[in-house]
Design a protein around this ligand. Structure first.
Ligand SMILES: NC(=O)c1ccc[n+]([C@@H]2O[C@H](COP(=O)([O-])OP(=O)(O)OC[C@H]3O[C@@H](n4cnc5c(N)ncnc54)[C@H](OP(=O)(O)O)[C@@H]3O)[C@@H](O)[C@H]2O)c1
Length: 262
């Protein structure tokens, strides 16, 4: 027999603080839900819209109504493609977490664009690169002091970047081409590799999650343009698209004690 230290709680996030960008819906909301159910004391979700059916307010209400959670969710509106807003967001988070610092930063907010190559306007590339690449760089820079404050070799702080399988393959060209999206995700992957080395010595692990298709507002248009959920499911070796637990489980693992050496 070997002596496994605290193995009973190896997937727990008890007492941790987290920021999840793009946490008002889709993958970010799945991750925020999992973090609270796994014991986080505070999960701060951000997105641009505060109000409405897709806004942060309704998401936070649902998160705080989760059964048997001891922590809480707080929503902050911010555009994480905008440098000034990232600085403002960091200041607001600092006030909320205080001495607890920030254990987990999930850079999940992302934008996509699908069109013929010739039809993609400069604004689509600017939007995608600002949010999917530069925004992650600046979020990490700005949150670094709060993350190092609580990071240790035995319990590192965690950076998760939500990239895409589109970062390693050429997923869609032609009528519904996603060339700049795919390129931005390849850049996000390499940013993650650089940050893993840069921040590793400061007791922060950096990991990239590269999801395939999950039904969401962002993916909806592309899924239907490419023949719908059933047809895309057939392209997947497991015969289905991603489900909330699939992303929630991976994110929780990487932020728990089980993932501290990944
Ligand atoms: N769904 C998939 O199949 C799939 C596959 C691979 C990778 N991904 C990646 O997963 C991540 C989440 O995608 P999703 O499918 O969950 O998309 P989604 O349902 O459309 O959610 C996107 C989230 O990001 C927020 N957001 C968008 N632009 C923002 C900005 N400038 N500043 C702050 N927040 C912003 C949105 O809220 P507001 O609009 O209110 O700002 C929303 O909360 C993205 O990085 C995406 O590339 C998704």
């Amino acid at each position: 027999m070997s002596q496994l230290r605290e193995f009973e709680s190896i997937f727990s996030l008890e007492g941790k603080t987290a920021v999840v960008t793009g946490g008002s819906r889709g993958l970010g909301l799945h991750i925020a839900t999992a973090f609270l159910l796994s014991g986080c004391s505070l999960v701060i979700v951000t997105a641009r819209k505060l109000e409405g059916a897709q806004g942060i307010r309704q998401a936070v209400e649902k998160l705080n109504a989760l059964p048997s959670i001891r922590g809480k969710a707080i929503g902050l509106a911010a555009n994480v493609a905008d440098s000034k807003d990232i600085v403002r967001l960091t200041g607001e988070v600092k006030k909320l977490v205080g001495d607890r610092g920030l254990n987990i930063l999930v850079c999940n907010a992302g934008a996509a664009w699908g069109s013929k190559f010739e039809d993609a306007p400069p604004s689509s590339s600017i939007k995608i690169l600002d949010l999917n690449v530069r925004g992650i760089f600046e979020l990490t820079q700005n949150f670094l002091p709060l993350m190092t404050q609580v990071a240790s070799r035995s319990d590192p702080s965690r950076l998760l970047i939500i990239s895409s399988t589109a970062g390693t393959n050429v997923p869609h060209i032609g009528e519904h081409g996603t060339i700049m999206y795919s390129t931005s995700k390849a850049a996000a992957d390499h940013l993650g590799r650089n940050l893993a080395v840069e921040l590793g010595t400061r007791n922060i692990t950096s990991n990239i999650i590269a999801p395939g298709f999950f039904p969401s507002k962002l993916a909806q248009g592309l899924i239907s343009n490419l023949g719908g959920e059933e047809s895309l499911s057939r392209d997947n070796p497991l015969g289905r698209l991603g489900e909330p637990e699939d992303i929630a489980g991976v994110a929780t693992f990487l932020c728990s004690a089980a993932g501290k050496y990944v």
